[in-house]
Design a protein around this ligand. Sequence first.
Ligand SMILES: [Zn+2]
Length: 258
Amino acid sequence: MKRAFAEHTWKEIEALPKDPGVVVLPIGAIEQHGPHLPLLTDALLAEETVRAAFARLPEGVPAWYLPVLCYGKSNEHTGYPGTIALSAATLMAVVRDIAASVAGAGFKRLLLFNAHGGNLALLQVMARDLRAEFGLLCFVTQPDHSVARSSLPAPEQHFGIHAGTVETALMLHLRPDLVHLDRAEPHYPNFKSETLSLTVPPQVGWLTRDWSPEGHFGDPTVASAEQGKTWMDSAAQKLADLIAEVAFFNVAHPGGWS
Ligand SMILES: [Zn+2]
């Protein structure tokens, strides 16, 4: 089965079976990733994880992937030259228009695969809005690096959220030519609170420059390409399993919204 949505002609798209079936939209970012990783890190990780997941997908699963949406809501990284940030309103409008086109072509399910944390809250809002507006069953997920994270020391588990060990290892696996380990140093935010978190409520709305002059959180110096391959394989298999489930997923009353 041809999996790349945009490699079809419109006649081929028209002829595809739509239900069951799911279209996957990879979403990333173009934003600073410390002194050692390139701007395209999140866009590349979104694209490559989806590609690796589809390579593992059983032939009979009706699923297709769109080209990666490279830009995201990256305003936590403003002030670092090279970051290209969409506003929340722009990102939501772009995702809505893509979803409208997917629904307009007759598809019933859309999976938003997000590799940039700053997009997540908006996409969770969008998933419900797209269900209400277009009747699309919309799913949101992120790369599942629980296997990687559980193997890391506590500071990295808590604070290695941007260009740390995991992202650096994945990039060493995928594009070692773009990784500058000679410029890498560990950096953990000096975050002191008994109650607040950087990532889950109760939390503070932070900017990267509040914590990291160099732009990263975590220890890239211990990353390896071997780890990166293992962790990519794990995340790709988990995404493949999810795609295989959501392609056939339905609510109890599918026509109830109209
Ligand atoms: Zn990243």
